[in-house]
Design a protein around this ligand. Structure first.
Ligand SMILES: Cc1ncc(C[n+]2csc(CCOP(=O)(O)OP(=O)(O)O)c2C)c(N)n1
Length: 316
């Protein structure tokens, strides 16, 4: 990853961080329903991973954060409209921020339960293989989700069939309040890859260049017909599991917030490398605020979705 790409990751991460903060602020003020699972601390990793994909590759994701969609090009207003139940929403207000589906941008969403996306992504992989298409499909999930049976069944099948599937685990050390060490016998989720005969890689999720590189390798392998890769990025969840989580189980919550945030660290790295200046940071922040203000204004002005929309797209 060159310095220009790194700067792009930084700019997108600032946008994502401030946009999420605005959603939380609006939820606290009672303007939006407040069930956001913030991705703060994990957005650099998510954006860098997506930067190694082509425009027509597919992604499915769990529930943490809006970086995936923003990095793929989904507009802020359409994401916000989903949360607000307004016209212009990606999934017509049916999924909130957790289930954005934006097929035009390759975002296929998530199933109703954690880990359902493993099975869905393998289905996409099967379709790509049968149609002899060259795209890859990436499923982003958490360490807790890796303990679902669907992880094992689908990884085995993807390996046997050599499907163009990439398993991207964001290990933030917690599943809600349960530390990974209390739910998972292995130190690294990626070590499970050996059981399925596929490569397993650990990467520092705060290092965009490293994340980009492991994704590039996994994408090349998928496209060459060699099958899946299991990537595990070690990341930090800066806030609670969701907006209202008081984190009573995490005595070091404030310290984590102060010392483990990868965003100011990336900013400093770019400044030290002469790629970014303090003046540019101020400009980036102002530009981001403008984009967010415009999206908020557009969504405030948009009409509410008609109640009968809730009964459309039902298949059973
Ligand atoms: C099958 C299923 N079990 C439980 C839940 C409730 N749940 C939602 S998020 C979550 C924790 C997920 O932890 P992890 O996969 O580590 O992701 P993180 O929240 O840390 O990003 C749980 C248990 C669910 N949505 N689906």
């Amino acid at each position: 990853m060159n310095s220009v790409q790194m700067l792009e990751v930084f700019k997108t991460a600032v946008l994502v961080r401030r946009f999420e903060a605005r959603i939380v602020q609006m939820a606290m003020a009672g303007e939006l329903p407040g069930s956001l699972h913030a991705g703060a601390g994990q957005e650099i990793c998510q954006i860098a991973a997506i930067s190694a994909l082509s425009r027509d590759d597919y992604i499915l994701y769990g529930h943490r954060g809006v970086a995936y969609m923003i990095a793929r090009g989904t507009s802020l207003a359409s994401i916000l409209a989903d949360v607000a139940g307004k016209e212009g929403a990606t999934s017509r207000g049916k999924g909130g921020v957790m289930h954005v589906v934006d097929v035009a941008n390759g975002i296929l969403g998530e199933s109703g339960t954690l880990g359902g996306g493993f099975v869905m992504s393998v289905g996409v992989g099967m379709a790509l293989k049968r149609r002899k298409q060259s795209q890859a499909v990436v499923y982003f999930f958490g360490d807790g989700t890796s303990n679902r049976g669907t992880f094992h069944e689908s990884l085995n099948w993807a390996a046997v069939q050599k499907l163009p599937c990439i398993y991207f685990c964001e290990n933030n050390g917690y599943a809600v309040s349960v530390p990974t060490s209390r739910s998972t016998a292995v130190a690294d989720i990626s070590s499970r890859a050996a059981g399925y005969g596929v490569p397993g890689v650990v990467v520092d999720g705060s290092d965009p260049a490293a994340v980009h590189e492991v994704m590039q390798t996994a994408v090349a392998r998928a496209r060459a017909g060699h099958g899946p890769t299991l990537i595990e990025a070690k990341v930090t969840r800066l806030h609670g599991h969701y907006v209202a989580d008081q984190q009573t189980y995490r005595p070091d919550a404030e310290l984590v917030l102060k010392t483990k945030d990868p965003l100011p660290k990336l900013q400093q790295t770019l400044i030290d490398a002469g790629v970014l200046t303090e003046t540019q940071v101020t400009q980036i922040e102002a530009d981001v605020q403008r984009q967010i203000d415009e999206a908020v204004a557009a969504v405030r002005a948009a009409p509410l979705l008609a109640p009968e929309v809730a009964l459309q797209d039902l298949y059973a």
